[in-house]
Design a protein around this ligand. Structure first.
Ligand code: SAH
Ligand code: SF4
Ligand code: F3S
Length: 447
């Protein structure tokens, strides 16, 4: 009998990368490989990398370094590196020069070629490198091994055309391309038949979905179509760009009962001068108007955002505009980032880069404010009843279960143990900064 073969995929970055890793896992399964936790025992190890901020790069190189002795002990192991970092020529050059333990390098546009590339790498004594500069036609129906049974990511578009001046993504993911709606409906219908109840639609800017298609279809139209798929209970999406969020999308969110009351709407910075040099194409005022329109249309909607601190030229006064938006909108939570220089982007060449010390000071101020707001917002929910989609046993207390509200808040609750994948009603007993505590309605702990 043949020896069993194993793989391990280490994923960095966004949900798009996680979804790509699920496709790599699907291809490896067909090739007869099984997943394994312990990389010492793996025949193939893949790093799916992210280049959005500098610390992502640093982590990958550190980890690749750890594989040098492992590769010495097990020379037959294939070490592959793919993802966004590989779309940058200087990174590939560094790997070829300094990391002889790597056997295979490929990029974001030729993921579907992985089985062929792997076979080449297994036969070649030298490193195999294949990175495409641009994405061609979208390749549909790749095998996929999904991480979760009841919820799934579905990529609806690839790439980005926005070129925010700080961001590397348009260079690593290429131009914007939307999948055909029939393909998306087909994938989600199949998922529903297999028991999936919650889907998250992915794209760098889902609000411009459809623009690259011949067919006349918008993201709002797509949501209306997906809302009809039987078996799906919840529809989420990310990310939205404020400049492209239409009134029709707000109407569709309101109309479609499966579309959850949560919107992730990054504003990045509050000051109009900074927004302009970031090339974001909206203003503090237009962002706040948009938020008011959304709050009016969908009461109780949860709002989350991304914020960058210390963009080149940001003064203390400019930063106050960021804090203003945070205070006024009262986001449920926010992902906050220190501006990180990305070579090849326009912002990297800008003067007035902000010293680390100032960046950190502002960052801490922002964090303190947001934590206080998150705690206050969650406290307001105490005593209310929420529909929770049960995802598993709670990570911090194995006596409890955990899941998410439609507004995407994490709830740890006392309740039935065999309810994974079910929607249950939970009474919220405590609101904290990061999560809520609760008790399942009708639950008797002697059950
Ligand atoms: N397409 C999405 C998100 C892309 S990257 C959007 O437009 O919202 C996720 C987040 O990383 C961004 O929203 C931004 O806040 C942050 N980010 C991107 N480039 C960055 C950089 N150079 N430095 C710090 N944060 C960055
Ligand atoms: Fe980057 Fe801007 Fe595109 Fe988002 S919209 S991926 S921040 S360029
Ligand atoms: Fe990172 Fe690429 Fe996603 S740069 S954030 S993995 S699109």
């Amino acid at each position: 009998m043949n020896k069993k073969k194993y793989y391990k995929i280490i994923t960095y970055g966004c949900q798009m990368n996680e979804n790509d890793s699920e496709k790599l896992a699907g291809m490896l399964n067909i090739l007869g490989y099984s997943p394994i936790e312990d990389e010492e025992k793996a025949d193939i190890v893949i790093f799916n990398t992210c280049s959005v901020r500098e610390n992502a790069d640093v982590k990958v190189f550190g980890n690749l370094g750890h594989f040098k002795p492992l590769k010495k002990r097990n020379p037959n192991m294939i070490l592959a590196v793919c993802g966004c970092m590989m779309q940058q020529q200087e990174i590939v050059n560094k790997i070829m020069d300094k990391y002889p333990q790597v056997d295979l390098v490929f990029g974001t546009h030729n993921l579907h070629k992985f089985p062929e590339l792997l076979a080449n790498a297994q036969q070649s004594p030298r490193i195999v490198v294949d990175v495409w500069e641009e994405g061609g036609e979208i390749v549909e129906a790749l095998p996929i091994e999904r991480k979760y049974e009841h919820k799934a990511y579905v990529t609806i578009m690839y790439g980005c055309n926005n070129f925010c001046s700080y961001c590397i993504v348009p260079y690593t993911r290429g131009r914007e391309r939307s999948r055909r709606p029939e393909q998306i409906v087909q994938e989600i219908t199949k998922l529903a038949q297999e028991g999936c109840k919650e889907i998250t639609l992915l794209g760098q800017n889902v609000n411009s979905y459809g623009k690259s298609l011949e067919e006349d279809i918008t993201f709002a139209d797509l949501l209306r179509r997906l809302n009809n798929i039987e078996g799906i209970e919840r529809i989420r999406f990310m990310t939205s760009h404020p400049k492209d969020l239409s009134d029709d999308l707000i109407a569709a969110m309101k109309e479609c009962d499966k579309v959850c009351e949560h919107l992730h709407l990054p504003f990045q910075a509050g000051n109009n001068k900074i927004l302009k040099i970031m090339n974001r194409r909206y203003t503090k005022e237009s962002y706040l108007n948009l938020i008011n329109k959304i709050k009016d249309a969908i009461p109780g909607i949860a709002l989350t955002t991304d914020i960058i601190v210390g963009f080149p030229g940001e003064t203390d006064e400019d930063f106050e505009d960021t804090l203003d938006i945070v205070r006024e909108v009262k986001f449920d939570s926010a992902f906050t980032f220190l501006y990180s220089v990305r070579e090849g982007t326009p912002a990297a060449k800008m003067e007035n880069q902000i010293p680390d010390e100032i960046k950190h000071k502002r960052f801490q101020k922002l964090l303190d404010l947001q934590h206080q707001i998150s705690a206050e917002e969650n406290k307001l929910l105490e005593g209310t009843i929420a529909e929770v989609f049960v995802e598993g046993v709670s990570k911090n207390d194995t006596e409890k279960m955990s899941g998410r509200t439609r507004t995407n808040k994490l709830v740890n609750f006392i309740g039935k143990k065999d309810s994974i994948g079910e929607l249950v009603q939970i009474k919220i007993t405590q609101g904290q900064t990061w999560s809520l505590n609760g008790v399942q309605i009708g639950y008797d702990d002697k059950e």
